[in-house]
Design a protein around this ligand. Structure first.
Ligand code: FUB
Length: 534
């Protein structure tokens, strides 16, 4: 009886330890595996309530189920940093059922690798090995290293995706700035493929640098040589290797940006692009875009075939309280166009769980086409964020319209155009700054601003009459009201801050145009510009 009680107590303590510290093997005992919690989800993101953010998905199939390895974003809402202490798993027997099991904290860098520090549990991948075990390729920070960049890739092994994960190469990372050869890149985002002939290949990299190398068949030992992979246009990071019908495919986060780019309008954002090759080491040919930019600045994907259907797992900022550093995993179907050679990936259509109806509003900006005096807007900014309805405590440049350039002019304007005349009697604007008022450099609040509308009766651009004060404080909405005007085009004209020697740039996170009464919101995703007022 006493022994039974002891055993139960030991099991309970072990289970608590596993839930709080990740899954650790205990010599001679049954492995302790984290308990999952069932979640039923009506759509993307999979975990949406903001309790757990999940990021950098890497899907795989094991034990008849579809699994997704994910990191965990833990940054507070106003912190722009990858604070990521652990990895987690999501598992489903059928993605269409919406029934998932969520295993949090399946591993932490410092628990698996004696040579790793805490945090920075970046994008890894679990690969079922030929020996029936699972291999986990994990980018972590080395605790003690004289390398300029301490990111390194370790390999862990386990009998189950749930662990316990043990370092498969306790001597240290298999890839770093020091091993197997010296390199000067950031060694993260590993992706691994076992080819049909049993040979194993690993690819990794970020900031435009992609490397590839053969591993020994033990899934662990670098065989080399380490090669720079070329030909994947706009490669930024997040490679994902796979093979279908004899062709090698590389999905990746691409950031070739510009108003005419097929990838992304803003350089901070990314699309998921892909290329193909006839052999694991190339030559690689760029083929197009598999997924357009998502709501988070980073994009990271993995594809998998499960019960005959291909799926793309990716992350977004769409969960409750989500953001660029509070991302959440989504899963959608991925289809192939087999009428071309090599078969092409059809652009994935992202889906979302049903959203609550938006509250009635006076703001009609979301139905307008936005343009600006500095068109084409510099690629770090995004004109469409002016009227996307989103303001953030710690925005990144593509969360705003901006005008900063090495030589800023004294005046800029932003403009809304509607298809038909609208009646407006107020406006709210949210300025952003990194320099104080009166500065002649960086981005500062405007010295003054005012609203002008297009007078179709012949006066052209006309300042609104009888406006209340135009506030210029950054970081919250400044409101202005005026007797109603009816127009098709509205401008906010801003005089740049100056120190008498130069002019600062200007930036606006959100700009609203208000009608006299509330109405159901009209949101238009416009792909073509609305005609100018003239
Ligand atoms: O999550 C940290 C980093 O953000 C990943 O390693 C990149 O791929 C990007 O998603």
């Amino acid at each position: 009886m006493r022994n039974k009680y002891r055993a139960a107590l030991a099991a309970a303590l072990a289970a608590t330890a596993a839930m709080t510290t990740g899954c650790i093997a205990r010599d001679g005992n049954e492995p302790v595996r984290p308990a999952g919690r069932a979640v039923t989800v009506p759509g993307n993101p999979i975990l949406a309530d903001g309790e757990y953010y999940s990021t950098d998905p890497a899907p795989f199939v094991a034990d008849g189920a579809l699994w997704i390895l994910a990191g965990r974003d833990q940054a507070p809402p106003d912190v722009n940093d990858f604070i990521m202490g652990e990895w987690q798993l999501l598992k489903t027997a059928d993605p269409a059922s919406g029934k998932w099991t969520h295993y949090s904290d399946i591993a932490r860098p410092e628990n698996v690798f004696a040579w790793a520090g805490t945090g920075r549990a970046y994008a890894g991948q679990i690969v079922p090995g030929p020996d029936g075990r699972y291999y986990f390729y994990a980018p972590v920070l080395e605790k003690d290293s004289d390398a300029k960049d301490r990111f390194a890739i370790g390999v862990a092994v386990a009998d189950s995706p749930l662990g316990p994960w043990r370092d498969a190469h306790p001597a240290g990372p298999i890839i770093s700035q020091r091993v197997p050869v010296a390199n000067d890149i950031q060694n993260i985002d590993p992706t691994v493929m076992i080819d049909d002939d049993g040979r194993v290949y690993i690819y990794w990299g970020t900031f435009g640098q992609l490397r590839g190398m053969e591993l020994a068949r033990d899934m662990i030992t670098p065989k080399g040589p380490e090669r720079a992979i070329e030909g994947l246009t706009g490669f930024f990071e997040a490679p994902w290797i796979m093979k279908r019908k004899g062709t090698y495919y590389m999905l990746y986060a691409g950031n070739r940006a510009g108003p005419k780019s097929d990838c992304t309008p803003a350089v901070y954002h990314a699309c998921i692009a892909y290329g193909t090759a006839p052999s694991p080491m190339g030559p690689w040919t760029y083929r197009g875009v598999a997924l357009g930019p998502v709501s988070s600045t980073t994009s990271h994907s993995g594809a998998v075939q499960f019960h005959g259907q291909w799926y793309l797992a990716y992350h977004t900022a769409d969960a409750k309280g989500g953001g660029h550093f509070r991302r959440s995993v989504a899963l959608d179907r991925m289809e192939w166009d087999d009428s071309v050679s090599p078969p092409a990936i059809r652009k994935v259509v992202p889906t979302r769980r049903p959203q609550p109806p938006l509250a009635p509003t006076r703001n009609i900006a979301r139905a307008a086409w936005a343009t600006a005096s500095n068109d084409p807007v510099p690629v770090q900014y995004w004109i469409k964020s002016l009227n996307d309805g989103v303001t953030k405590a710690a925005p990144l440049p593509p969360d705003m319209w901006g005008s900063w350039s090495p030589r800023n002019p004294p005046r800029q304007w932003i403009e809304y155009r509607w298809d038909k005349p609208v009646t407006i009697d107020g406006s709210r604007i949210w300025f952003w700054n990194d320099q104080p008022a009166g500065s002649g450099m960086g981005v500062a609040p405007p010295a003054q601003w005012h609203l002008e509308y297009w007078d179709g009766a012949g006066k052209g651009w006309t300042q609104v009459a009888g406006a209340s004060a135009y506030g210029t404080a950054p970081g919250s909405f400044e409101s202005v009201s005026f007797p109603a005007v009816t127009t098709r085009c509205l401008r906010a004209v801003m005089n740049a801050s100056t120190d008498g020697k130069g002019y600062a740039g200007l930036a606006v996170q959100e700009w609203e145009a208000l009608t006299p009464g509330e109405r159901p919101p009209i949101i238009r995703e416009r792909s073509a510009p609305v005609k100018a007022c003239q």
